[in-house]
Design a protein around this ligand. Structure first.
Ligand SMILES: NC(=O)c1ccc[n+]([C@@H]2O[C@H](COP(=O)([O-])OP(=O)(O)OC[C@H]3O[C@@H](n4cnc5c(N)ncnc54)[C@H](O)[C@@H]3O)[C@@H](O)[C@H]2O)c1
Length: 326
């Protein structure tokens, strides 16, 4: 359905072929925007939105190149900066310097381009990884940075913190709004499989489908996480920009959590695959509860915002994703 706010506006989406970006691109096309998709296809592809290829202005290239960053955003009224290198924690914790270097470079060029283009409003995507492992539960977006970012995403977390701070300084100096969001765990059937470096839900599903029995979970299995589907994450981003500028970074996450053990049980139930769960307590489980304080988000979205995809529906979509991917 078209939306007067985005209708015929030029909206640039960096990382527009990725998990969240491809949902965002489709939503924007549906709402009547003239979408510019910026991506280097290092991870994303047209696989999940092939019908949109002829409906958007595709500017293929890497934001590692500062000139390309500026050219790619030329003419944009709004910019959503999502491009980043993000893999599962197994990869991230072994490649902290590269995760920091690459993401900081790309973010710097994206912000330089935003400063040059001066869109009406931009949104840049940080992450819940900026929070320390020992912070309060639920994790609140109302406190300043403290300690080190999440241990398993240390380099990536620092690049995101720097992105946030640069965006705030730029906004304060120029008055041009840049909304900063901190998504928690986002999943969805537009996921691009990257083997052993894949994120938690796709990886659990893959192991289940391969017949792993018992399924071995790191830690107690009681560690709790909150999950938001990529479609809802993209709808949140659009609504936040539509609703104006928020001075503080905003969590995109839910307070409700599910234990990893329960997640595997649900996947087994929906797929009809019987499996035992074995918890390997010699392995780290990370922060025990990763839950988002979503008071600011709820206030910023407005009373009429509704989440569309429940966790159970999302998990079933992911099982279908597996069938079509492998
Ligand atoms: N998925 C999550 O759980 C999650 C959680 C917190 C934050 N985030 C953040 O949300 C944003 C989107 O995440 P996602 O899950 O959709 O990631 P994704 O990896 O699926 O998508 C990223 C996209 O950026 C593109 N890209 C990477 N490097 C590029 C470059 N140099 N130039 C141009 N394009 C480039 C990739 O090809 C890909 O299409 C990222 O900034 C990520 O850090 C994601």
């Amino acid at each position: 359905m078209t939306n007067p706010f985005y209708f015929q506006k030029k909206v640039a989406v960096t990382g527009g072929l990725g998990l969240i970006g491809s949902f965002l691109t489709r939503e924007l096309v549906n709402q009547g925007a003239d979408v510019i998709v910026i991506d280097d296809e290092s991870k994303g592809s047209w696989k999940y939105i092939p019908d949109l290829q002829s409906k958007v202005d595709y500017r293929k290239g890497t934001l590692e190149d500062p000139q390309f960053a500026i050219q790619s955003m030329e003419g944009a009224n709004y910019v959503f900066h999502l491009a980043s290198r993000a893999y599962g924690v197994g990869f991230s914790q072994k490649n902290n310097f590269e995760m920091f270097r690459f993401n900081d470079l790309v973010n710097t060029h994206a912000l330089d381009a935003i400063a040059a283009i001066k869109p009406i409003h931009s949104l840049v995507v940080s992450s819940s990884c900026i929070y320390p492992d020992d912070g309060p539960t639920p994790m609140s977006d109302s406190y300043p940075f403290s300690g080190e970012p999440e241990h398993v995403n240390w380099g990536y977390g620092w690049a995101k913190r720097i992105l946030e701070q640069k965006a705030v300084i730029y906004q304060k100096e120029t008055g041009i709004p840049i909304t900063v969001v901190r998504p928690f765990n986002i999943y969805g059937e537009h996921y691009h499989w990257v083997g052993e470096s894949s994120q938690a839900i796709p990886m659990l599903i893959h192991r289940l489908m391969l017949g792993e029995n018992p399924m071995v979970i790191w830690g107690s299995g009681n560690q709790r996480r909150n999950y938001v589907h990529g479609l809802d994450c993209s709808r949140v981003m659009l609504r936040l920009v539509e609703n104006g500028y928020f001075e503080r970074p905003i969590n995109i996450g839910r307070e409700e959590t599910v234990s990893v053990k329960d997640l595997v049980k649900r996947l087994a139930q929906f797929s009809g695959i019987k499996t035992e769960i074995q918890c390997d307590r010699t392995k780290p489980e990370g922060r025990f509860i990763k839950s988002a304080d979503s008071k600011l988000l709820i206030a910023a979205l407005g009373d009429d915002f509704e989440w569309k995809i429940s966790l159970d529906e999302g998990l079933q979509r992911m099982l279908q994703w597996h069938q079509t991917t492998f």
